[in-house]
Design a protein. Structure first.
Length: 127
């Protein structure tokens, strides 16, 4: 807290307000893409996305039990993608949102679903 007061004294209220406003606007968008990317990779690794593409909807509790995964952690990952509008939620069942429906179209074109999603994620990968 002392560092914040020193920065305000040095730079002034107006400049610090502009910096804080820019931080709030840009940081959330940048980090949301990063976390969505990593969440998709985690769900790909456990086979959840393949299950979504094979079936219309997947129940988190039954999927976690069949794979020996923690239901709460899997649900938290699905909630993160639900907040990004990539999944739709019906209780503990999840299905792909229309924003992510192009994955099923690209996987139907002949390549495996996991590879199609990995290619689309790598297109958006930022270093």
């Amino acid at each position: 807290m002392l560092e914040l007061i020193k920065a305000i004294r040095l730079m002034g209220w107006k400049h610090m307000w502009k910096l804080g406003h820019g931080y709030r606007l840009g940081w959330a968008d940048m980090m949301q893409g990063y976390f969505a990317h990593r969440t998709m990779q985690a769900l790909l690794n456990v086979g959840f996305i393949d299950e979504l593409l094979a079936k219309d909807r997947v129940n988190v509790a039954s999927f976690a039990a069949s794979r020996g995964l923690d239901k709460d952690i899997l649900n938290a990952l699905c909630e993160a993608l639900y907040s990004s509008h990539l999944l739709k939620k019906d209780g503990l069942d999840y299905r792909l949102d229309s924003k992510a429906s192009y994955w099923s179209r690209s996987s139907a074109a002949g390549s495996s679903s996991a590879m199609a999603i990995r290619r689309s994620l790598n297109r958006w990968k930022r270093y």
